[in-house]
Write a protein that binds this ligand. Structure first.
Ligand SMILES: Nc1ncnc2c1ncn2[C@@H]1O[C@H](COP(=O)(O)OP(=O)(O)OP(=O)(O)O)[C@@H](O)[C@H]1O
Ligand SMILES: [Mg+2]
Length: 268
């Protein structure tokens, strides 16, 4: 479980990025964190990864209290989390295989296991045929899939993806989201940070909305209880009534086409 209790984050320059943030994410949940640029989304992940320290409040992740964790235990703690960066951050001089193998080597996995597991992981993400390619030889969506593969290689409990579809076209975004959904279906907790309202509306999951460092909505039931003004301030679809009514959700067979249409709708 991940729990934020009255968390404040003030950066050294005085910017208060998070104000009294409270939420709990149970093991195996799928959660979107949404909000405008500068709202504090990445700050949440930086605190979770212990890249930044909490100013006030507590964060509990499983058995760890992040304020009390010893520096020496941070690498071990981080192994619980697989992180996907918006800009992939693949190593350009390593092949797809080596990029994933590297993540496993870092935590001391034996070569035999790496040789066996990397092809399995690549098969899971549909990238077996690109094993020997370099990142520059891949499309954006393929690079993002490799970044996801690397994040899951060490079997973390939780995957955090910060804008995983930021630079991708609608079809690729959809594929990445489906992959994240599959990862969730095998029991991983998945946290996706995104600007893309259409994705959020489409993949009906819990949505935590943050605005200027404050959580303004936590839609635990996935019931689409957005307030109209919030939707508009987030730059969503021109027809918010559709978002309010889950019955309007498109049929599964047409998911992908409809999803793309959503993205192309005027007003985005
Ligand atoms: N290292 C830092 N030092 C000072 N201020 C920072 C730092 N990192 C972020 N901020 C500020 O904290 C606030 C929240 O930033 P954060 O990166 O969490 O936003 P975000 O919601 O991820 O935005 P985006 O959607 O643009 O990625 C912003 O006002 C930002 O300028
Ligand atoms: Mg960010």
């Amino acid at each position: 479980m991940i729990e934020f209790k009255n968390v404040y984050k003030e950066y050294p320059n005085g910017t208060v990025a998070l104000r009294d943030v409270n939420f709990k994410i149970a093991d195996g949940e799928f959660v979107f964190i949404i909000g405008a640029s500068g709202a504090g989304k990445t700050t949440i992940t930086k605190l979770l990864l212990k890249e930044e320290e909490i100013t006030k409040g507590r964060i509990i992740v499983g058995n760890y209290d992040l304020s009390k964790i010893r520096n020496g235990d941070v690498p071990k703690y981080r192994r619980n989390l697989g992180y996907v960066f918006q800009d992939f951050r693949l190593f350009p001089n390593m092949t797809v295989f080596e990029n994933i193998a590297f993540a496993m080597r870092v935590i001391g996995e034996p070569n035999a296991k790496i040789k066996k597991m990397v092809p399995v992981i690549l098969q899971t993400i549909g990238m077996s045929n690109k094993m020997r390619s370099y990142p520059r030889e891949l499309s954006g969506g393929e690079q993002q899939r490799v970044a996801l593969a690397r994040a899951i290689a060490n079997n973390p409990k939780t995957i955090i993806a910060d804008e995983p579809t930021g630079n991708l076209d609608p079809k690729m975004s959809y594929e990445i989201m489906e992959l994240l959904e599959r990862i969730n279906n095998i029991g991983k907790t998945v946290i996706v940070i995104t600007h893309e309202k259409a994705l959020v509306d489409y993949f009906k999951k819990r949505v935590i909305t943050i605005k200027k460092g404050i959580i303004i909505n936590d839609d635990i039931g996935g019931g689409y209880t957005y307030k109209k003004k919030d939707i508009l301030s987030l730059g969503a679809s021109s027809n918010p009534s559709e978002l309010l009514n889950p019955v309007n959700s498109v049929k599964k067979v047409n998911r992908q086409n409809n999803y793309s249409n959503n993205l192309n709708r005027p007003g985005r």
